[in-house]
Design a protein around this ligand. Structure first.
Ligand code: S3P
Length: 178
């Protein structure tokens, strides 16, 4: 199987929200690789970072993403930092990857106060902006399509469906006519 759409983007870009709505609209499953990783590890991401560090988290993330990409025929939402792992970027080649692009100000406003280990800094807003700056070109490079993450969810879903490369994968998954 191959996912219909893989969603990428920075923390707070709305990957999970948009992914869930997209999966409802298309009648396919939704897999959030962060949740899948937590399920497999039996620990939260914050616990994994605290106990084992980011390197070990990225190793678990690679295993999880590889498995999900191989097994899912639905909508897959990636953790915001997964594209920093070269082997994950390699695994994304050939997939329809949609980048939910958001500015540092808009994105940080959405995640401020949430439990994101990488934002546990003296100035979380500055850290958010620095990380986004460091990753922006990577997101753009892995994406086959980029959308404005500040659009309303319904509009984003419609835009992403309109931009599906062809209806082959979707029709095959749902059995609907193209
Ligand atoms: C991370 C983003 C998080 C999660 C982890 C690391 C990152 O996912 O995978 O905290 O490096 O940007 P979300 O993008 O779903 O918040």
């Amino acid at each position: 199987m191959t996912p219909v759409v893989v969603l990428t983007g920075f923390m707070g870009s709305g990957k999970s929200t948009v992914g869930q709505e997209l999966s409802r609209s298309l009648g396919v499953e939704f897999v959030d690789t962060d949740l899948e990783l937590e399920h497999r590890a039996g620990r939260t991401i914050a616990e994994i970072f605290a106990d084992d560090g980011e390197k070990q988290f990225r190793t678990l993330e690679l295993e999880t993403v590889r498995d999900v990409l191989a097994d899912s025929g639905g909508i897959v939402s990636l953790g915001g930092g997964s594209v920093t792992v070269p082997a994950i970027r390699d695994a994304l080649v050939g997939h329809h990857v949609v980048y939910l692009e958001i500015s540092a100000d808009d994105g940080f406003a959405r995640v401020a106060g949430t439990d994101r280990p990488l934002l546990a800094a003296a100035d979380p807003a500055k850290r958010y902006a620095e990380l986004l700056d460091a990753r922006r070109d990577i997101y753009r490079a892995v994406a086959t399509h980029t959308v404005d993450a500040t659009d309303a969810v319904e509009r984003l879903v419609a835009t992403i469906i309109d931009a599906l490369p062809d209806s082959g994968g979707y029709a095959a998954t749902t059995g609907e006519q193209a």
